[in-house]
Design a protein around this ligand. Structure first.
Ligand SMILES: [Zn+2]
Length: 402
């Protein structure tokens, strides 16, 4: 072997030895890290002599890991506490409802934000409540409660929906911004000009080709064939023959239509509002719409779980929406009407299908795992987040103010 080959061989050997040493060092490092994590997670009283020797020898590493463990533990406990439902005891609940009733009575411009919590009494599952889709997924349970109703169109407006209608009729309530797609505010008879359904309405399909947009209300869920970024419903505009689209805004999407979002009116009312009541919303999405929040309005939050606006609220009421509104109505001396299916507003505004037009009845898998339509699409988005969703959400956080 000539000199050149020998030196090449030794250089290769040297590189190999160095690589091996680096691997061993890395492995040793991760072994120490694993051990430090394990000891940090133990209660100090439960640490063995061996553990204490380890801590003594690897003081800096251990301190860092212990700090990290404590922070994670604190975050875990905080999240758990935030998810927990709290119910105010009767006496406190009632005095809070009296304060809210007084605020409504003396308000100049009272508006309401509603979330899924006002429809759970109508058996429509929510996402973040204790039996919500999100929560059940985290607990490794089927996404939907097998006992829950699978046909959302059978849900009817709750006491809260009817109470809000009455407050509007009496002139107290000026406007509702709702995150719910279940259409129950419209079905209760709440006037559409004073309502923003910012995530869409499951009973509404729209022709964006007509100017102004042509609206088609239907007495069925129009979203059974639609999905993320594909909103064609398979039915066509009676005027211009273009395919109709649903109005649902899924996770990661932007609103595509003026109606039923009515953002312009919603934001106009938010600017004038002196009293804002948030009912049954986690406010995790709504908090990101800056136009809805003013420093000088009085905010009242009704929710059983923590919300990110609790600290800013004048009053946080830990109660179910129906129960809170029943008490508020008692203090105001008002009675809400009972919803009559024969007076369902949808029946009056819906456009009948023409010959050859069809729709699918909602159906679900026997296990009740995935539901079609807007609600099922929302569940799917939770299970399989699309890569671009987080990016879209960031861009989408703040609505465009025209
Ligand atoms: Zn059209």
């Amino acid at each position: 072997m000539d000199e050149e080959s020998k030196s090449e061989l030794s250089a290769r050997e040297k590189r190999k030895t160095e690589q091996l040493a680096a691997i061993l060092k890395r492995e040793e490092g991760s072994k120490l890290l694993r051990k430090a994590k394990k000891i940090a997670a133990k209660h100090p009283d439960k640490r063995s002599t061996k553990d204490l020797i380890f801590i003594h020898r690897n003081e800096r590493l251990f301190d860092r890991e212990e700090r990290c463990f404590r922070e994670q533990e604190a975050a875990r406990q905080r999240d758990e506490a935030r998810r927990r439902e709290t119910h105010d005891i009767d006496e406190i609940l009632d005095s809070k409802c009296q304060v809210l009733a007084e605020a409504i009575k003396t308000s100049k411009h009272f508006i309401v934000y509603t979330g899924a919590g006002i429809s759970t009494a109508a058996n429509i599952p929510d996402y973040r409540g204790p039996n919500g889709v999100w929560t059940r997924m985290e607990q490794g349970q089927p996404y939907l409660d097998p006992n829950a109703s699978f046909d959302i169109t059978t849900a009817q407006p709750t006491f809260t929906h009817m109470a809000l209608l009455k407050l509007h009729e009496k002139g107290y309530l000026k406007y509702i911004v709702s995150q719910n797609c279940d259409g129950l505010h419209v079905r209760s008879g709440f006037p559409r000009e004073d309502l923003s359904e910012i995530h869409g309405n499951m009973y509404m399909e729209i022709c964006g080709n007509c100017d102004p947009e042509a609206e088609y209300f239907r007495p069925f869920d129009v979203t059974t064939k639609t999905r993320f970024r594909r909103h064609g419903t398979g039915r066509f505009c009676h005027r211009c023959q273009h395919e109709l689209k649903d109005t649902i805004v899924l996770f990661g999407e932007k609103s595509r239509t003026e109606s039923p979002m009515n953002w312009r009116s919603g934001l106009d009312h938010a600017v004038c509002a002196d009293v804002v009541l948030s009912l049954g919303s986690s406010l995790k999405i709504l908090k990101d719409y800056p136009g809805l929040w003013r420093k000088d309005h009085d905010l009242y939050v009704v929710n059983l779980q923590w919300t990110p606006k609790d600290d800013e609220a004048r009053l946080k009421i830990n109660g179910k929406c129906d129960e809170v509104l029943r008490r508020v109505f008692a203090h105001l001396g008002l009675t809400a009407d009972v919803f009559q299916p024969t007076e369902d507003r949808l029946l009056r505004i819906c456009i009948p299908l023409r010959d050859g037009e069809t729709f699918d009845k909602p159906a679900c898998s026997p296990e009740g795992v995935i539901k079609p339509g807007w609600f099922g699409q929302g569940v799917k988005a939770l299970i399989k987040p699309r890569p671009k969703d987080s990016e879209n959400r960031k861009q989408n956080k703040k609505p465009k103010l025209e």
